[in-house]
Design a protein around this ligand. Structure first.
Ligand SMILES: Nc1ncnc2c1ncn2[C@@H]1O[C@H](COP(=O)(O)OP(=O)(O)O)[C@@H](O)[C@H]1O
Ligand SMILES: [Mg+2]
Length: 153
C-alpha cells in the first residue's frame, strides 16, 4: 500500500531541452519551504539541467554551476531560498549533516543530485524525479511523491 505522503506518480517524455525546461518550471510552481526534490539518474541524465530549469523559473538570473565540487550552492530567489546539492562525492551520512541538508529544508527547498547518498537525511516526502536517457536530446522522467504534486506537474 502507498504511504499517505505518497500518491503521485507520473511518467513524462522530454523530447528536447525545452520540454525539460517546462518540467522545471512546473516543479518550481509547486516548490515550497521544506520541499526536497530528489534528482536521480546516471551521469549526463539531466539532473543539473533540470535543477537549472527549476532555478531559472524561480527567477535566478545568474549562472547555475553544477555543485560537483562545491557540493552545495545556495540561491536566494524572490520567493524561496533554494539549496542545490550534489552528493556524488559525499562519503558518509555525517557529511550530509555538515553540508546542511536538514537546515536547507528548515529554511527553504532543496534540489538534490545523487539523493541515494543522503540516507536517512532524505525526507520521506521528497519529490523523486528519476531521469533516463532515451536519445541524444530526449529524456524520460519518472516522478513520484506526495499528492500535492499532481496539481503542478
Ligand atoms: N531533453 C534534455 N533534458 C536534459 N538534458 C538534456 C536534454 N537533451 C540533451 N541534454 C543534455 O544532456 C546533458 C545533461 O547533463 P547534466 O544535466 O549535467 O546531467 P547530470 O547532472 O545528470 O549528470 C547536458 O549536456 C544537456 O544539455
Ligand atoms: Mg549533475
Amino acid at each position: 500500500m502507498m504511504k499517505d505522503s505518497q500518491g503521485f506518480e507520473r511518467e513524462v517524455a522530454l523530447a528536447d531541452g525545452a520540454e525539460t525546461e517546462a518540467l522545471g518550471a512546473a516543479i518550481a510552481r509547486g516548490l515550497a519551504v521544506g520541499d526536497a526534490v530528489a534528482l536521480e539518474g546516471d551521469l549526463g541524465a539531466g539532473k543539473t539541467t533540470l535543477a537549472r530549469a527549476i532555478l531559472h523559473a524561480l527567477g535566478v538570473a545568474e549562472e547555475v554551476p553544477s555543485p560537483t565540487f562545491t557540493l552545495v550552492q545556495q540561491y536566494d530567489t524572490p520567493t524561496l531560498t533554494v539549496r542545490h546539492f550534489d552528493l556524488y562525492r559525499v562519503a558518509s551520512e555525517a557529511e550530509i549533516a555538515e553540508l546542511g541538508l536538514d537546515d536547507a529544508l528548515d529554511e527553504g527547498a532543496a534540489l538534490i543530485e545523487w539523493p541515494e547518498r543522503a540516507g536517512a537525511h532524505l525526507p520521506a516526502d521528497a519529490l523523486h524525479v528519476a531521469l533516463t536517457i532515451t536519445a541524444a536530446t530526449a529524456r524520460r522522467a519518472k516522478l513520484s511523491g506526495p499528492k500535492k504534486w499532481a496539481a503542478h506537474v
